[in-house]
Design a protein around this ligand. Structure first.
Ligand code: ATP
Length: 368
């Protein structure tokens, strides 16, 4: 059970209509369906209180669902105690024993499993090598930096050769630079050990950088499951569009439809040609329908002349130079847009300046 056979095939995880209520009335998690493939790095992403930790804790076995089923492979583990699930867990606060040595901390799970002394030593040093802390066995936890402590926590989770690695906001206590480095390390270690990982975070940039796929949650429900690219470029809902990165949401009326080409009238702003294939299935395509379109700031081009279709003319409200590009807040008619423009040899527009924005149809996506 403890994986004495070494690292076998990575574990898949399935949630079937999983719900959780703590008080019998409010559902903290509502009818969640997920399939996580073996070896996948899968992230539960959403704002505070959306139910992501509760979902992770049900996968771990710390909470049992109020209804629904959880499967590891094709084995039903819904009501199996955590100790029988062969999982490794990493938490935000590391949960290490501060006065003990690195060795004692990492060896903990092996002692519980009564692994013989020699094998224990070998496996602890292997796990420490994996997290690049080789030779640190005798250090005390309180003599290590935050980043090193989190790597000890990872080694402790991995030393038991779990079938599944569960991580709950493991980087929250690290400063920005260490956070970026450690997330790259976590991904490397997960790939090298060919283990399925389920990761919880509220940080969308972190989720995009580290994940194979992401489930975006809000209010206990999953809004969308997809690769970072799918979620970024084809958001399933308005919530996903605004929670992931920056996004312009523009509401208008579909005034012309010709095959897959459409025109959206933005009241008081202008007309935008759109590609009706770039829409969520539930978005109506009848003339006269109200639609919401989204376009990313970097999808909008700043152009010299107000020529041709899909060019909106407005005024710069604010300009922020970030190095690689300048981000403009623009008032165009009744609409306010954010456009980021690659820096071209110091060409800058200032607040009050006129500006023309080209919105390419292939960068527009209809969300609602
Ligand atoms: P955060 O990032 O803030 O932890 P989250 O998305 O992980 O947010 P959860 O921790 O899953 O959210 O919590 C969702 C809701 O369930 C919250 O309103 C929380 O108060 C409630 N909740 C979580 N655990 C329990 C519990 N053991 N008993 C009662 N209510 C709980």
């Amino acid at each position: 059970r403890e994986g004495e056979s070494g690292m076998g095939e990575a574990q898949s995880v399935t949630l079937e209509r999983v719900s959780k209520s703590f008080n019998g009335t409010v559902l903290t998690v509502k009818n969640v369906d997920l399939h996580i493939a073996g070896g996948e790095f899968f992230t539960l992403l959403g704002p505070s209180g959306c139910g992501k930790t509760t979902t992770l804790r049900m996968i771990a076995g710390f909470y049992y669902p109020t209804s629904g089923r959880i499967l590891f492979g094709d084995r039903d583990v819904t009501y199996m105690p955590p100790n029988d699930r062969n999982i490794g867990m990493v938490f935000q606060n590391y949960a290490l024993f501060p006065h003990m040595s690195v060795f004692e901390n990492v060896a903990f799970g092996l002692r519980v499993r009564k692994v013989p002394r020699e094998e224990m030593k070998r496996r602890v040093s292997e796990a420490l090598a994996l997290v690049r802390l080789e030779g640190m066995e005798q250090r005390r936890i309180d003599q290590l930096s935050g980043g090193q402590q989190q790597r000890v926590a990872l080694a402790r989770a991995l030393v038991i050769r779990p079938a599944l690695l569960l991580l709950d906001e493991p980087l929250s206590n690290l400063d920005a630079k260490l956070r970026d480095e450690t997330r790259t390390e976590i991904r490397r270690i997960q790939t090298e050990s060919n283990i399925t990982a389920v990761y919880v975070t509220h940080d969308q940039a972190e989720a995009m950088a580290i994940s194979d796929r992401i489930a975006v949650m809000e209010g206990g429900v999953v809004h969308q499951v997809g690769t970072p690219q799918e979620i970024y470029h084809r958001p399933a809902t308005r919530f996903v569009a605004t929670f992931i990165g920056k996004s312009n949401l523009l509401e208008g009326t579909l005034t012309e439809v010709d095959g897959t080409a459409g025109v959206v009238e933005l009241p008081g702003t202008g007309r935008i040609r759109v590609d009706l294939e770039r829409r969520n299935p539930q978005v109506p395509t009848a003339v006269g329908s109200r639609v919401v379109m989204t376009v990313r700031p970097e999808g909008i081009q700043v152009v010299a002349q107000p020529e041709g279709p899909n060019v909106l003319t407005g005024r710069v409200v604010a300009a922020e130079f970030t190095g690689a590009y300048t981000e403009y807040l623009v008032k165009a008619g009744e609409s306010t847009l954010v456009a980021s423009s690659a820096d071209r040899y110091g060409e800058v527009r200032r607040p009050g300046d006129p500006i023309h924005l080209y919105i390419p149809p292939e960068r527009v996506y209809l969300v609602e």
